[in-house]
Design a protein around this ligand. Sequence first.
Ligand SMILES: Cc1cc2nc3c(=O)[nH]c(=O)nc-3n(C[C@H](O)[C@H](O)[C@H](O)COP(=O)(O)OP(=O)(O)OC[C@H]3O[C@@H](n4cnc5c(N)ncnc54)[C@H](O)[C@@H]3O)c2cc1C
Ligand code: SF4
Length: 503
Amino acid sequence: MTGRLILILGDQLSMTVASLAGGDRSGDVVLMAEVLAEAQYVPHHKRKIALVFAAMRHFRDELIADGWRVDYVRLDDPENSGTLGGEVRRAMARHGLSRVVVTEPGEWRLLAEMRSWDFAELLPDGRFLADRLGFAAWAEGRKGLRMEHFYRLMRRKTGLLIEGDQPAGGRWNFDSDNRKPAAAELSMPRPPRFAPDAITREVLELVAERFPDNFGVLEGFAMAVTRADAEAAFAHFLHHGLAQFGTYQDAMLLEQPFLFHAFIAPQLNLGLLDPLDLCRKVEAEWRGGRVPLNSAEGFIRQIIGWREFVRGIYWWRMPGYDRENALDARCPLPAFYWTGKTEMACIRACVEQTRDHAYAHHIQRLMVTGNFALLAGIDPHELHEWYLAVYADAYEWVELPNTLGMSQFADGGLLASKPYAASGAYINRMSNYCSGCAHDVKAKAGPRACPFNLLYWDFIARHRDRLVRNPRMVQMVRTWDRFTDEKQAQLRRDAGRFLDRLG
Ligand SMILES: Cc1cc2nc3c(=O)[nH]c(=O)nc-3n(C[C@H](O)[C@H](O)[C@H](O)COP(=O)(O)OP(=O)(O)OC[C@H]3O[C@@H](n4cnc5c(N)ncnc54)[C@H](O)[C@@H]3O)c2cc1C
Ligand code: SF4
């Protein structure tokens, strides 16, 4: 058998990835390429580009040390064609190879392109618990598609937190214990920092030079870019963050971007960490009596529940899912999503932190930037491109369903049973943002009223006919209906003025 070209993509940095697992070190050549088309099809955060290239270069060295022949094409190689297809063809010619093996990518756009390569064999990505077709078979024809049902299947499949055939602690889900606000005085672990080595420093220089105008701060980059460092970062979370992770999962605090969150999605999605291994380690912490069940279950649910569920939805509903817009939201994305220049202290905090760390935790994404966009009627596709660009962990298979489905209800309720719409009271309860805001979170109308309050009722009014059919929203619709005509008119007028200014 003649050798083959094994193409490894930037988010396939796992020794266990299918294309490597079936490879032959003596005859195959591994191709890794930094290509401009992938680095700029949305204006990625500088740190995200740096993370991916630095992790790729370190993985290249790991592969070489493991006995693989690696052909690595750098972004600044003058011969670099700038596209994956171009680099594959060039490498085939360079090595005299006629066949290519690649593990399926995490994005429909690339999968469609690769399917047109008649010289390529595509292998399923086995790094997930639920395969694409299995999920589609489970989902097809179900009346209500709920993450909770899928999650229970995954718990049984993995045996995680199962005792006998029952869930540990007698409940599948401890989410109701995980909604506490956090006091600023709480002692919180900072994620460990990894000083850039020579390889990473070279990448940082390249990114600074080639992507000077992209969003985000590059200075201070200290992310884990190797498997060993990613595992060390996770061990740090296990020992210092996990115990409180559940309780404060939804809390938000100024100056505390990470709270008790793991900050491991960037490395997990690159393939440097193994999801099941993380969950087993978390379970062991609980079984060893070192962390409470609500934290262990909460973490495991995010990984084997939400992460797998959104991936299943993505592949089941693509192509086309990215264009859904059930609420017919058409407003352009406000400039302050890029600049942070807004009087709304909550949005400012989330955008500034995103700029500085390429990170915001789930509730900041869902209930601040996402919630605002939902209430204001921002075009979900524009918002999707923003989330895809600004977070270091963002890949379309996981970002799109979270944004379009969970956060914007643009799929009409396929993924979420109700829109995640909330007034300023929610943000005030879960954060300390409002005390430093130019707006008054208690004011429901008038010039200083919190925009979330104004927009919340306007949102209910705009979508009244749809929301009245949703059992989880009907109560809010009834409250709106009970407002006097005068109050309704004032709320809508104030919201309209705000939206006009936004436009
Ligand atoms: C609008 C929006 C966009 C999002 N985009 C992305 C994205 O591009 N990439 C991404 O990995 N996550 C995304 N999420 C989910 C979630 O916000 C991030 O996974 C999480 O904030 C990552 O930070 P962490 O590692 O500290 O996670 P933790 O809060 O410590 O949670 C642990 C892990 O659980 C997993 N997880 C938690 N929630 C989800 C979820 N809803 N979907 C998938 N995995 C989850 C992640 O792998 C995460 O690392 C998005 C959520 C929203 C609301
Ligand atoms: S008052 Fe409203 S806009 Fe200001 S921080 Fe609070 S929720 Fe955000």
